[in-house]
Design a protein around this ligand. Structure first.
Ligand code: ADE
Length: 222
């Protein structure tokens, strides 16, 4: 999968070199391209935003700069993802869908967002355009939101996770993806013992116990 991100803060994407994502890139399973929006600015002040038509607080990102940045990236294989708190809520099924895409282009807005004509333009040219929010809160910009999406989506690409069994177990846990509590050695820590059943070796009973625990957790999180 090819992943491009357009941002005024390319440094935000430094974590792509680390851990799972860094390894996935090293193994050739994903390729990242981070593009500095400001390098597409058209005036001497390298301006990327301006005051909103109709008035109101804040600044809006200018369409011309975005068009110049996105035109060379977009092709028939691309899905354009515009990060905005007003978008469709990102969740695991959406991550699954995007994990089979060939090319994801993340447009990271700042300020009050990107001039809506950018979305309208690429839609009118028959590109696939998605406005996506990672949750009901307002971030300073789309950079962190796109990192969240990139991590959740990339780990679903075949070959990225060292142990594919973890993906199989997750997809079993359909209701909200909540899992049972986990324990490792030692068997007692600060006077708290690991639940007896997990030491029993009775795999049937362990599976039942874990399912009940996962349901209990889900209830408590409602
Ligand atoms: N930009 C600002 N807040 C956001 C959110 N919650 N999701 C996606 N992009 C955003």
């Amino acid at each position: 999968m090819k992943i491009d991100a357009v941002t005024i803060f390319p440094e935000y994407f430094a974590p792509l070199k680390l851990s799972l994502l860094g390894k996935a890139q090293g193994a050739g399973l994903v390729e990242f391209g981070i593009h500095d929006l400001r390098s597409f600015a058209t005036n001497v002040h390298n301006q990327v935003d301006d005051t909103p038509y109709g008035g109101g607080a804040g600044m809006v990102m200018m369409p011309e700069v975005w068009g110049k940045a996105l035109d060379p990236l977009m092709n028939s294989e691309s899905d354009l993802i515009i990060l905005t708190p007003a978008g469709k809520r990102f969740d695991q099924p959406m991550a699954q869908k995007f994990s089979t895409a060939a090319h994801l282009v993340y447009a990271c807005g700042r300020y009050e967002g990107i001039d809506d004509r950018v979305r309208q333009h690429y839609l009118s040219k028959n590109f696939r355009v998605h406005e996506v929010s990672i949750g009901d809160y307002v971030l300073g910009g789309g950079e962190v939101a796109s990192l969240v999406m990139i991590e959740a989506i990339t780990r679903l690409i075949p070959g990225v996770l060292g142990n594919p069994q973890s993906l199989a177990e997750e997809s079993h846990n359909e209701q909200g993806y909540l899992e049972y509590p986990n324990f490792t050695k030692p068997a007692t820590w600060r006077d708290i013992p690991v639940p007896e059943i997990l030491l029993s070796g009775n795999h049937g009973e362990i599976t039942k116990w874990r399912a009940a625990q996962a349901i209990e957790r889900a209830k408590n999180n409602l």
